[in-house]
Design a binder for this molecule. Structure first.
Ligand code: XMP
Length: 187
């Protein structure tokens, strides 16, 4: 029986190694500890991509907090004005609470911008946004996250929770897919 192919074989270039990710998450955790360590925040992971990042982040936060998740989709122009389609909603009532929205990557900005508006409308006392990666060149709405791990160019990346066609989320690093993998599915 032949061994199954490793998702590593599909990677052309490593963008952030496991060690670099750990250093980045350490730095974000230190800033969050300073800013929300006394606020008993709800840390809300944006599914699915943020599940690895959130798990690593909260284990570096040595203060009381709660964890929740939301799954949201932005459909092009439909999110202008702060609307987003929530597919899986939070289990917590955010009214009067301090919230930190945690996402894997900030791209057009539509998802986090719209989710922040939604949580503010629900009465959250504060909503901060934190993403591991930011692609500033891709921004389509006027939005910047409060906490950004690393800025990257406009390349499609996978690993550490990020997927391509539902695969590669389990890679412990973040990398760029080999181009022929896109080309073969886009033909
Ligand atoms: P916005 O609303 O900022 O959405 O456009 C960010 C979401 O877009 C997805 N995304 C990516 N997913 N590799 C991925 O696996 C990428 O390079 C990438 N760029 C954007 C991701 O789901 C993120 O939450």
């Amino acid at each position: 029986m032949t061994a199954p192919q490793s998702p590593r074989d599909d990677i052309a270039e490593v963008v952030l190694s496991a060690e670099e990710i750990a250093e980045t998450v350490d730095a974000l955790a230190a800033r969050l500890t300073e800013d929300v360590g006394c606020l008993q925040p709800i840390m809300v992971g944006v599914l699915t991509g943020a599940f690895v990042f959130l798990a690593d982040l909260v284990r570096r936060l040595d203060f009381p907090l709660e964890v929740d998740f939301v799954e949201a989709s932005s459909y092009g122009e439909s999110t202008v004005g702060g609307e987003v389609v929530i597919r899986i909603d939070l289990t917590r009532d955010v009214e009067g609470r301090h919230v930190v929205l945690v996402d894997d990557i900030l791209d057009t900005g539509r998802t986090l911008s719209a989710l922040r508006s939604t949580l503010r409308k629900r009465g959250a006392r504060s909503v901060r946004t934190c993403c591991l990666l930011d692609k500033p060149d891709r921004r389509e709405v006027d939005f910047e996250a409060d906490y950004v791990g690393a800025k990257i160019p406009d390349v499609f990346v996978v690993g550490y929770g990020l997927d391509y066609a539902h695969g590669h989320r389990n890679l412990p690093f973040i990398g760029v897919l080999r181009t022929e993998l896109y080309q073969s599915t886009q033909a």
